[in-house]
Design a protein around this ligand. Structure first.
Ligand SMILES: [Fe+2]
Ligand SMILES: [Fe+2]
Ligand SMILES: [Fe+2]
Length: 401
């Protein structure tokens, strides 16, 4: 797992979640990098600004109103935006990123007068440039952006703004921001900056962030990945499976939930075929996100196969021969769901869950020996298992600035 590559994917996951323009954070990152380069900042400083851009709005998760945010930026009302910036900075700290990344993120909505950080001022300008770019009716109409922002020049760092003047005259800068070229631009920048291997602290934070984001898809999913992790661990204890890997796989198995609209997760009615297909896609997106992040192969496989079954009639890969880790996760995700309320049903009690597991065993959906052991687990004990790290991440997103 590499740091910048992972931040790039986290930016996609968090933007997709909040219905924010999926490319906003990525585009801000490219703009901030380009300004840093034009300002002849060192490579490590360019990297700091690029990283900060990628996650600067991750704290928006629970308070997002895209139109309202855009309106506030356009009307130069920055203070209501400080709260999400402070939350994003907390997440930057959890990820153990360079202090200067956190500083830039924290100050990305402070105008020049109140912004003591050069990185913060560059990010502030980059955000304004992206917002203006995004509001263009045609991506080739970029010539108007410099003149438009010039009217607001008093808010911007002078040197950064004159660097913007220089790069805004080069068409390739604008072309590099377009929806269809942006991922190539980002790949190139990562190549140019170089990427470092993540340490254990970063990887752990990423797993828990994914768990938090996917569990936030619906109020019904609150605590779901944690429950899944604890159930999977209880099952793995009896079988020969790497404990840390299975815990991580359970935490991140629902990364793809961000691709499923909340209305569908919360739907009270019987879903139509197309709606079911959308729900089914979550495991496919989990597979893509986790592979791109570079999680261990076992973890990716176990997490991605949690809706496959041993008769080959699961989804979305329709495979039947998968290993013990995946079989454990298949059962733990079923039981974890049954232990929670859903929009269309109440949670199940132990006896009903045991009956369901027996039916699944008889129908050759789940592995017999794992199912047998699952029936003996005291689910109440599992529900009560606390995880301070999970709670800490949750509180970072919910606590006021
Ligand atoms: Fe922001
Ligand atoms: Fe932003
Ligand atoms: Fe699932």
């Amino acid at each position: 797992m590499k740091i910048i590559n992972t931040l790039n994917i986290l930016s996609e996951i968090s933007s997709t979640f909040s219905g924010n323009n999926m490319l906003h954070q990525q585009r801000v990152a490219v703009i901030a990098f380009s300004l840093a380069k034009e300002l002849k900042l060192s490579k490590p400083e360019q990297s700091i600004l690029f990283q900060a851009g990628l996650i600067h709005d991750i704290g928006i998760l629970h308070e997002f109103d895209a139109e309202e945010n855009l309106r506030m930026i356009m009307e130069n009302k920055f203070w209501p935006l400080h709260q999400h910036a402070a939350v994003s900075a907390k997440i930057s700290r959890v990820l153990n990123l360079d202090n200067r990344v956190t500083e830039a993120v924290e100050l990305h909505h402070y105008a020049k007068k109140h912004n003591p950080s050069l990185y913060g001022r560059i990010l502030f300008l980059s955000d304004s440039i992206e917002v203006s770019y995004r509001s263009l009716s045609n991506k080739y109409a970029f010539n108007v952006i410099f003149d438009f922002l010039k009217q607001k020049a008093k808010f911007f760092d002078e040197k950064a703004f004159s660097a913007f003047k220089n790069i805004s005259e080069k068409e390739h800068f604008w072309f590099s921001l377009a929806d269809d070229t942006l991922s190539f631009t980002i790949e190139n920048i990562i190549d140019e900056l170089g990427d470092e291997d993540a340490d254990a602290r970063f990887s752990k934070a990423v797993s828990y962030l994914i768990a938090h984001i996917s569990d936030s898809r619906s109020s019904y999913l609150h605590g779901y990945s944690l429950l899944n992790k604890n159930l999977a661990a209880a099952l793995a204890y009896k079988f020969d499976v790497d404990m840390e890997k299975i815990k991580t796989a359970a935490l991140i198995a629902h990364a793809g939930n961000v691709m499923v609209p909340t209305e569908l997760v919360d739907s009270m009615h019987t879903l139509e075929v197309m709606e079911k297909n959308i729900i089914k896609s979550h495991t496919y997106y989990t597979n893509i996100f986790l592979k791109r992040i570079g999680f261990d192969n076992d973890i990716v496989r176990w997490a991605s196969y949690h809706h496959e079954n041993i008769s080959g009639t699961g989804y979305p890969f329709k495979i039947s021969n998968f290993d013990t880790g995946a079989k454990i996760l298949q059962i733990s995700t079923i039981v974890a769901a049954l232990l929670q309320d859903r929009a269309y049903r109440k949670k199940y009690d132990k006896n009903s869950i045991v009956k369901i597991i027996e039916e699944l065993t008889d129908n050759k959906i789940v592995d017999k020996s794992i199912a047998c052991y699952a029936k003996t687990i005291n689910f109440n004990n599992i529900i009560d298992v606390k995880d301070e790290y999970y709670s800490a991440i949750e509180s970072k997103f919910s606590s006021p600035a």
